[in-house]
Design a protein around this ligand. Sequence first.
Ligand SMILES: [Zn+2]
Length: 298
Amino acid sequence: MKSTYSYLTILFLVLLFTINHGYAQTNTGIRIIMIGAHPDDCDQDGGGTAILFAKMGYAVKFVSVTNGDAGHQTMKGKELAKRRFAEAQEAGKRFGVTYDVLDNHDGQLLPTLDVRLQIIKKIREWNADVVIAPRPNDYHPDHRYTGVLVQDAAYMVAVPNVAPETPALKKNPVFLYYQDGFKRPNPFRPDVAIDISNVYAQKVHALDAHVSQMYEWLPWIGHYLQQVPQDKNAREAWLSQHETVQITPEVRTSLEKWYGKERAGQVQYAEAFEVCEYGAQPTDEDLKKLFPMLAKQE
Ligand SMILES: [Zn+2]
């Protein structure tokens, strides 16, 4: 009799562990890696979504494929790379993510085997479930080639004989693209749209860490340097206005799909992503698991 009880207890514990473990696999442990060409790209294109992931306790890493050593009108080289690395680390703290910067020159990126292997390594080391990168059509060659490089890594991360010193992933992650406005050869398709209204202020505060970009270089190259307030406190409020990305009709439709018409109508700020054809192909249910903020309809 006693042994039957023990047997049942063990069975119960095993069952409990299995249930918990199953729960853990679907609801925790999602690992996200966002990849950009420069040490402010992930921030602008996916920063709000990264904050939401981080707030729910998920691990997010940003990777800049170049060191940003060309992005300034008066500084350059090692001095600029050093400044931008420090800015990226501060931004990472404000987003709640870790921030890696690869030591490739800004403005000179090419889709070489060497850089592809660097990216494969990063995705594997992070054991990523979700990888987000730019599309391979963009005005900036560094953005374009970052898109190509990540696409080139999309299958290879699971091939053990490629970069064998870093163990291959057991399953291919889901790869997605950031939103952009380029129309050729095909416009961006918002498969997933995330409401970031509640964390928009935090996103702007994190972008504010990139002083050399937000208040110096981008305004200089964009011919609006005279608009930037001198006062440190006024700058962030100005940035908040300036960084606003209009929600397109297509993104609004995607928000309606994921959040329902009523809530979607109230969304002020959003980030959208397109599923890349080369990684794992998620169903809508899979996407809800990978982007758990979609299920949190508070
Ligand atoms: Zn960039």
